[in-house]
Design a binder for this molecule. Structure first.
Ligand code: OGA
Ligand code: MN
Length: 371
């Protein structure tokens, strides 16, 4: 018979429905059965329905400049039971993902952006992750075993309002300009999903190796939850678990393939979610064919073509990795950070105001990583 103590202990160890499913998909040996995982590129699941997007707010020309197909051609889906959740099955034009991948690997890790390596290395050492890695990576092609490069050790990068992983907050004191091109991409995708005027203010980029996962969490540090959260995936396929507002609710599992975009908005904005695993790539570790094609960029496009030598490194990296970009609007229009004008508050008053929320965040937004 289960005693109260045992039940309490189970809950302490997080054996709720979400954790169970997380563990199920995280298992390696033997690998889990993926047959229940929703595949939006071949949707044939009762929970999935087609979602009509609004192609009027953005011109066909504007979306193509960001490397996207015309909105009328996008395959967008909703999930019964998850209002506000939108899944867009790879709307990128053939070849254009190359540009976004190159930005994520070569450009966004650069200063003044912040990355995990900054936590235990000097800024001189992390100044040019790409340059310091590529010679070694090119030599690796010759079959030599070498220590992991900085690029291979990269786990996250923050953009705009830099997310503070300890306090689980954004601060007006730690902001650097958000990349213009990623803002444009996000603005256009959000507009098509019914959120005109989306303002990309913070980005968290996650870099997954084949054994990485992202723990169960809710993204609630942004101050305006009426604004959607956008997620872009590139490279290897992962399983994404979308749960409820409580961890006891059984989540829904879905594949995220290269080029897929996910929008969490409305009632789905604050749901528990996690990435339990990267799906083992078939032998040969091939990238989807749409990624191999070279983009045909015009001078006034947002996306620009990627040099053959840069793509060589990016495609080598992606054969065993996944990159996810989440874009967030932190403040509502006209909203300011609390306390921005309230520096007269005593520290005692301040901590009283912030403690309960922070404690909730601690347990809810645990970005546990296992790599
Ligand atoms: C996040 C997140 C999901 C993913 O960064 O908050 O949930 O697919 N990422 O990597
Ligand atoms: Mn998240």
């Amino acid at each position: 018979m289960m005693t109260t103590k045992m039940a309490a202990s189970i809950m302490e160890h997080g054996e709720d429905a979400f954790r169970k499913m997380f563990k199920f998909y995280k298992r390696r040996n033997p690998p889990p059965d993926f047959s229940e995982v929703i595949n939006f590129s071949k949707p044939c699941n009762d929970k999935v329905f087609n979602c009509e997007l609004n192609s009027t707010p953005i011109s066909e020309e504007d979306v193509s400049k960001a490397g996207l197909r015309p909105v009328t051609d996008w395959k967008a889906f909703g999930l019964h039971g998850y209002p506000g959740f939108i899944f867009i099955s790879n709307p990128f034009l053939p070849g254009s993902q190359q540009y976004w991948v190159k930005q994520c690997l070569k450009i966004y890790p650069q200063k003044p952006n912040v990355c995990n390596l900054d936590m235990h290395m000097s800024s001189v050492e992390t100044e040019n992750i790409w340059e310091r890695s590529i010679d070694v990576i090119r030599r690796k092609g010759c079959g030599k075993r070498e220590a992991k490069t900085l690029l291979e050790k990269l786990r996250w990068v923050t953009l705009g309002y830099h997310y503070d992983w300890n306090s689980k907050t954004y601060s007006p004191d730690h902001y650097t300009p958000f990349p213009k091109e990623l803002h444009s991409l996000s603005h256009r995708v959000a507009a098509a999903c019914g959120f005109p005027g989306f303002n990309a203010e913070a980005g968290i980029l996650n870099y997954y190796r084949s054994d990485s996962s992202l723990g169960i969490h809710v993204d609630e540090s942004e101050l305006d939850h009426t604004r959607p959260l956008l997620s872009f995936s590139f490279g290897q396929t992962s399983v994404f678990l979308l749960g409820g507002t409580k961890r006891e609710e059984r989540p829904t599992a879905m594949f995220m393939h290269s080029g897929d975009i996910m929008v969490m908005s409305g009632p789905s904005r604050l749901l528990y979610h996690a990435v339990p695993c990267i799906v083992p790539a078939p032998a040969g570790n091939v990238l989807p064919p749409c990624m191999g094609q070279r983009p045909e960029a015009q001078d006034d496009d947002i996306i620009q073509s990627v040099s053959e030598e840069d793509w060589e490194v990016c495609s080598w990296y992606l054969q065993t990795s996944r990159v996810n970009v989440t874009v967030r609007q932190v403040l509502g229009s006209g909203q300011d950070f609390p306390g921005a004008q309230a520096s007269h508050l005593s520290s005692c008053e301040k901590s009283e105001e912030e403690t309960p929320k922070n404690m909730k965040r601690k347990s809810k937004s645990g970005y546990e990583r296992d790599t």
